[in-house]
Design a protein around this ligand. Structure first.
Ligand SMILES: [Zn+2]
Length: 418
């Protein structure tokens, strides 16, 4: 019996058994059914973090099935750990987030390398096809696919990305920046080179990959290989670094922590929106700055947790973040992230912009998510919290860069009630 899409051999949108004959549309149907489960959580007033961690698990399970399917047909080339980075590693992926990932393998032969490449290409193609069959018009070409900027097991970028970033001709013809199905030493070597040669022309290409290596989680395969990489990355980051301000005692990791905060403080994109602005960018204007600042604090105080929530509770437990400030971190992120999940589901794209409650959408905005008045009020409140948090980070960074005096931690002080 053919499936709903009239493909004779396709067993339909169930992922039991081999996927060899499962058609693109049925795979897309399956993913949509997973998204519906997140939609149900949204309707049941689950928190953003509950929805995001649930989605992260679903997407990992899906990718694992796609790989298993390749292994059944072609065999598994070698031992491996499939690692996810970015929002996946933080368990903060949203239903249309793209997937940042790489694979750690032991030392393998050229032939095994070739096998991995073919398998990665096949999975990439399947994801692309599924995405093409679904993504609507808001942001075509982006959705649940491998990272288009090279942080994927192939280390491959899209044509569009190449046109924008390949001014010096550093990227080879096939669009591969660095092979990211690789050994611990090759992967941590990328990190080492990034820090050792500040004027390396390839530095810009490495940047996204480097941040991924520093924030990764084991998804499936052999966790031992991931563990080895994490240890190696820690070793590289633990080395003494160049000065920050006049404070020379900072390790690379601490310096990186402060730099993450500087981004949150200085990058125009990551500032909260002006009060009562018509359009809100829920990821950029609400989530990013608190997330970077938390990550910065976590690195500074050597906290290994990667999810924002886990970092929050660990920093609070260690006395590095006062409970009166923790409240603002939650406020800054929670409703914005719930709205972000909703926007992904409603628009069917990785779409970040939403309309405030009192705005009448124009023709181009008709597909956008429009906030209700309660949500609008909550986001105004959240924007205030983002502003406060950025101010504290500014204080923290200037105190830590000091020559003399005590380098205290303003985040650990109770908030004064005005
Ligand atoms: Zn089908």
């Amino acid at each position: 019996m053919p499936c709903n899409h009239n493909n004779q051999l396709c067993p339909g949108p169930t992922l039991n058994g081999a996927l060899t004959n499962t058609c693109t549309h049925c795979l897309a149907d399956f993913l949509d059914s997973q998204r519906s489960e997140i939609k149900a959580m949204l309707d049941n007033h689950k928190t953003a973090w509950q929805m995001m961690s649930s989605w992260t698990k679903k997407l990992v399970a899906f990718i694992e099935r796609l790989y298993e399917d390749q292994f059944t047909t072609h065999g598994c080339p070698s031992d491996f750990s499939f690692c996810i980075t970015g929002s996946g590693a933080r368990s903060e992926a949203c239903p249309q987030s793209d997937l940042d990932a790489f694979i750690v393998v032991p030392k393998i032969t050229q032939n095994q390398k070739k096998q991995w490449k073919n398998i990665n290409l096949a999975v990439k193609k399947r994801l692309d096809d599924i995405n093409d069959s679904r993504v609507k018009t808001l942001r075509p070409g982006k959705g649940f696919v491998f990272c288009t900027g090279g942080l994927n097991p192939l280390g491959m970028v899209t044509k569009k990305w190449m046109e924008r970033n390949n001014r010096d001709g550093l990227i080879k013809k096939d669009g591969i920046i660095f092979d990211l199905t690789n050994t611990t030493s090759a992967l941590s070597g990328l990190l080492e080179e990034y820090y050792r040669y500040p004027s390396d022309p390839k530095r810009n290409l490495r940047k996204h990959i480097v941040s991924g290596l520093q924030e990764c989680a084991h998804a499936f395969g052999n966790p031992k290989l991931h563990r080895e990489l994490v240890d190696e990355v820690k070793f590289v980051l633990g080395q003494q670094a160049i000065e920050f301000g006049s404070n020379t005692l900072l390790s690379r990791k601490r310096k990186q922590g402060l730099q993450a905060m500087q981004v949150a403080i200085n990058d125009k994109n990551f500032q909260p929106p002006a009060p009562y602005s018509d359009i809100k960018r829920v990821k950029r204007e609400f989530y990013r700055a608190p997330q970077f600042i938390l990550k910065g604090l976590a690195w500074f105080y050597d906290v290994d947790e990667v999810s924002s929530l886990a970092q929050l509770s660990m920093l609070e437990e260690m006395g590095k973040l006062h409970p009166s400030r923790v409240v603002h971190f939650r406020k800054a992120m929670s409703e914005a992230l719930r709205v972000r999940v909703a926007s992904h589901i409603i628009t069917g794209a990785e779409f970040d912009k939403v309309l405030s409650a009192y705005v009448t959408p124009n023709k181009n905005q008709s597909a956008w998510l429009r906030l209700n008045s309660e949500q609008s009020a909550m986001l105004e409140d959240a924007a205030n919290s983002v502003r406060l948090i950025i101010g504290w980070a500014n204080e923290f960074a200037s105190v830590q860069g000091r020559t003399h005096g005590i380098r205290g931690n303003p985040f650990s002080e109770p908030l004064l009630i005005k």
